[in-house]
Design a protein around this ligand. Structure first.
Ligand code: PLP
Length: 390
């Protein structure tokens, strides 16, 4: 399913591969080989065996009875929070490590914000006995000590980044710098549907296992394989891309993304890229991006570390531009209230990122017959300190 994706990696006017010349051959090699390698039956068999036995897939599609009563519609939760390492990120890192190995790479680098992608990358590197270096903004290493500790225990080297605002954007810049110095032996595992082509498409394909499972599971639950609504939170856009993937061309399904409004879209403390972003280039791709009139990147803010990215995957920029998907901006307070609601109604503590998807429920008016599938991208363990403060 290549929704509006052309051969040069553009979704409409968004995407492409804006990279330094020194990386050209490496990215070109990846572009030439990713579909060939991932389409190989031996690759597919190894990927699905690991998703089953190591990650614990399929993740359940759970009918949330009390939540459904609250919103007067049938709400099903896709439980990515139950995956090994606690979120959907592992689906992508397993795929990319298998690809890296087949491309003969021996060294893995990654960027991380909250540390979830760093932990998922360190995990698969331990599994495959690969050297692993994770770039993380110094501010984030202090905020997310537990994840730093996990990465180190897993054998990764965490390199604190002290440039810029010392957060995710700066960690990504540093990872790209590393890649420029070590293009031949190193694979860069990007953690979302961002970066130069082919990353957005490659990551979406690895995450598409989410909607592949939803189809079968929904058919078993209700006797039809599509919902009326799909809802997912959007940082760079990978769990949403995986949730939407097999329904992108099915117009019966309304696609809803939830981005982080922070303190509100009318404040300067926000990460609502689709609402406020302008066209620009960030980390190798043309997309919507929060920037000043001079084109300087504006530092995003959200209570949820996984959503405060100043850009957005080019697939989502295109889905927003064409109107195929709608994106709602959910504030910190709305997300916190939604997390509390899910916890008390269903006994599930969601990640703060996923709580933004839950916050979208009260902004929609459903008919009683509507079937809603909402992806719970991760679990809330990592956010207990934040929940405790409110
Ligand atoms: C990283 C993360 C996100 C945001 O990333 P996407 O690529 O937009 O999915 C959302 N939820 C959780 C739990 C995460 O760890």
């Amino acid at each position: 399913m290549d929704y509006n994706l052309n051969d040069n990696g553009y979704y409409g006017e968004f995407g492409g591969a804006y990279i330094p010349e020194i990386l050209y051959a490496t990215v070109e090699k990846l572009r030439e080989s990713y579909l060939k390698i991932t389409g190989d039956p031996a690759f597919k068999a190894e990927f699905s065996a690991l998703l089953r036995d190591y990650v614990g897939r399929p993740s359940p599609l759970y009918f949330a009875r009390r939540l459904s009563e609250r919103y007067a519609a049938s709400i099903y939760l896709k439980r990515e929070d139950l995956n090994h390492t606690g979120s959907h990120k592992i689906n992508n890192t397993i795929g990319q490590i298998l690809l890296a190995r087949r491309m003969g790479k021996t060294r893995i680098i990654a960027e991380t914000g909250a540390g979830q992608h760093g932990v998922a990358t360190a995990t698969v590197c331990a599994l495959m006995n690969m050297r692993c270096i994770v770039y993380m903004g110094e501010t984030d290493t202090a905020r997310q000590q537990l994840n730093v500790q996990k990465m180190e225990m897993l054998g990764a080297e965490v390199r604190p980044v002290t440039s810029g605002n010392k957060t995710l954007k700066d960690a990504t810049n540093e990872a790209i710098r590393d890649w420029c110095c070590n293009p031949s032996d190193t694979h860069y595992i990007i953690g979302s549907t961002v970066g130069p082509h082919p990353y957005p498409d490659m990551v979406a394909r690895f995450q598409s296992v989410i909607s592949e499972e939803v189809k079968t599971q929904l058919a078993a639950h209700i006797g039809r394989d599509y919902p009326d609504y799909l809802i997912a939170c959007v940082g760079g856009g990978s769990n949403a891309a995986g949730t939407f993937y097999h329904y992108l061309n099915d117009e019966r399904v309304q696609l809803v993304g939830a981005e982080a409004a922070g303190l509100g879209v009318d404040t300067d403390q926000t990460a609502a890229t689709i609402h406020l972003g302008k066209r620009g280039i960030i980390h190798g791709s043309r997309t919507f991006l929060m920037q000043t009139d001079d084109g300087q990147i504006v530092e995003p803010y959200s209570i949820s570390a996984g959503l405060d990215y100043p850009g957005i995957g080019p697939l989502h920029a295109n889905l927003a531009e064409t109107g195929r998907a709608t994106y709602l901006a959910i504030t910190d307070n709305e997300a916190l209230a939604a997390a509390m609601e899910l916890t008390q109604l269903e006994g599930i503590i969601p990640a703060l990122e996923s709580a933004h998807a839950l916050g979208a429920l009260r902004k929609k008016t459903f008919r009683p017959s509507d079937v809603v599938v909402l992806t719970v991208s991760g679990r809330g363990d990592k956010d207990m300190e934040t929940f405790g403060k409110v």
